[in-house]
Design a protein around this ligand. Structure first.
Ligand SMILES: Nc1ncnc2c1ncn2[C@@H]1O[C@H](COP(=O)(O)OP(=O)(O)OP(=O)(O)O)[C@@H](O)[C@H]1O
Ligand SMILES: [Mg+2]
Length: 253
């Protein structure tokens, strides 16, 4: 098989939604490539199609055009794509350990194997000691850690994250960002991370994509050329912030 140069290739992708005979083009002939191991953040105003794009890659949304993941056409969800949403989406009747082990158990692993693996991911997200706790007894940040551990336990090659830290307080959010970067570096996972926060995008991303609406299109695609671990108060961050703000505020066509 001839290998394409990109890990994900979004090729001429269009999504139309129709309601009451009106057709709303959400993504319009979009083209985008994501490289293996890249950390890509997607920014854009509400309604511009960020979640729709993520849903297409996740296999949840029908689209026109082609999305190739490692040369395979995306037409349905798959285990190699780990999806994480803003809501915690944990089973409230399961403990932390049972939540993280769920997918592993379903895949037919024996109990000793799946518990061992689940516990290693619980450790990875810093929740050792909370294995037997139920989600109702955890803070928002801890619940998102459990969600992350559950997604990671399925050994995805790409993480698709839709504003996963938006509901967290600023301090917890910053902590989660740092933790996510560590996990990303250790596991060499490709990340597509949607956010409304320009700061979050500049702190996390190798590359930032800004989408603009009506119809959804790529308005900016820029590499963040700053070494990690990034200093949140680094003056060089302002360069990116100004550029992105100008696009979002419509100062640049
Ligand atoms: N299933 C659907 N049926 C009809 N319209 C939809 C559907 N899903 C999304 N839309 C519309 O498509 C547009 C893009 O939605 P999407 O959720 O992708 O935006 P978004 O960029 O993620 O916004 P936000 O930042 O608020 O999460 C919106 O106008 C939305 O109303
Ligand atoms: Mg959204």
């Amino acid at each position: 098989m001839v290998k394409t140069e990109s890990f994900i290739k979004i090729n001429d992708v269009t999504v139309n939604f129709s309601n009451n005979k009106n057709v709303h083009t959400v993504l319009n002939h979009m083209n985008l490539s994501i490289e293996e191991g890249e950390f890509v953040c997607v920014l854009g105003p509400s309604g511009c199609g960020k979640t729709t794009l993520l849903n297409c890659i996740a296999g949840f949304q029908k689209y026109e055009g082609k999305i190739l993941l490692q040369d395979q056409l995306v037409s349905k969800p798959g285990k190699e794509r780990g999806v994480m949403f803003q809501e915690y989406a944990l089973f409230p009747w399961f403990t932390v350990e049972q939540n993280v082990a769920f997918g592993l158990k379903m895949s037919g692993m024996n109990k000793q194997q799946y518990l061992e693996l689940a516990r290693s991911f619980i450790r990875m997200v810093g929740l050792e000691g909370f294995e037997k706790h139920y989600p109702s007894r955890l803070s928002g940040g801890m619940k998102q850690r459990v969600s992350l551990a559950r997604v990671l336990a399925n050994n995805p090659s790409i993480l698709l994250m839709d504003e996963p830290f938006a509901a967290l307080d600023e301090q917890t959010r910053q902590h989660m960002q740092s933790e996510l970067l560590k996990i990303w570096e250790q596991n060499k996972i490709t990340c597509l991370f949607i956010t409304h926060s320009i700061h979050e995008a500049i702190y996390l991303a190798d590359r930032i994509i800004v989408l603009m609406p009506n119809p959804g299109r790529v308005a900016l695609d820029i590499k963040v050329d700053l070494p990690r671990i990034r200093d949140r108060n680094d003056d060089r961050m302002f360069h990116y912030q100004k550029l992105i703000s100008a696009i979002l505020e419509g100062e640049v066509a």
